[in-house]
Design a protein around this ligand. Sequence first.
Ligand SMILES: O=c1[nH]c(=O)c2[nH]c(=O)[nH]c2[nH]1
Length: 311
Amino acid sequence: MSNSKRPIQHYGKKDVFVYRTYAKPLTVDKIPESDFTKRNNTLLGIDIQVALHGEAFLKNYTDGDNTDLIATDSMRNFIELHAAKLEYSTIDGFLTEVAKRFLEKYPQIEQVDMAGQSVNFGEVAVDQNGTIKDSGIIFRPVKTERPRAAVSVVRKGSGTEIINYTSGIQDIHMMKITGNSFYGFVQDEYTRLPEKKDRNLFIYVDMDWTYNNPEDGAVEGSAKYVPAEQVRDIAAKIFFELQNNSIQHLVYHIGLKVLERFPQLKDVSFFTNNRTWTEVADAEQGKGKVYTEPTLPYGFQAFTVTRDDLK
Ligand SMILES: O=c1[nH]c(=O)c2[nH]c(=O)[nH]c2[nH]1
């Protein structure tokens, strides 16, 4: 049976953690919605997944013949040692270059898939002679807002071609305490949720975007690279400004603004999770309220905003 008819045949390694110190800093142009212009990359952590595709690997299954088989242990070594060999400022650029190097090194590989999520570390500021400033050498783990990328590279002629490239950010967690509503939805015998003209809205947001030209994001040093931090800040600005009727309403407007700001992007996809707190009581004085955690199960929304939506 030919490989093209087989739905699945690839293998690889996941959770290849690569922590690189003094990687190349990333600098980008300022945009109105964000103060972000620089990622220092003094400590750049990435959790990486790699998968290799190729007809040559079929005999590993069918005949137990390990000729051409690249051990998954070698794959992790290849990635880790290229983190020392290469100079890179983005996850996207690193993954793409390593994927190309895999194809260069091993002729039996037809396609390389690589994906990675940032393992974030924030700088710790300390008093230095009366001024609190970044220590430059101490970091604390930051669990949310992890930039990520996924890319597949295949052979084309004597070179390579980037396919299926997305760049994104996962786990933006934002709570807006007022200025959100949810009413007008279907009312029938299954409805228990009260309509709200004003509610708190706590959302977990993952976003992934694609470029009109994948090289603009995936190749190290591109002037058109869109940093996840600026996309996050656009999301916060729209959340702040929009008197939203639902998460659906909110993500659509975030998507429109991101595509308007970055003409090099083709589309932006959302995966959101609703973590809105349960109201317990009104504060006895003032306009405060008391909330508690929402109960399981949580709702989600998945949606892509494309350039057609801008028209
Ligand atoms: O923003 C929301 N969208 C929904 O689809 C939904 N469904 C629900 O119960 N609460 C909410 N909130």
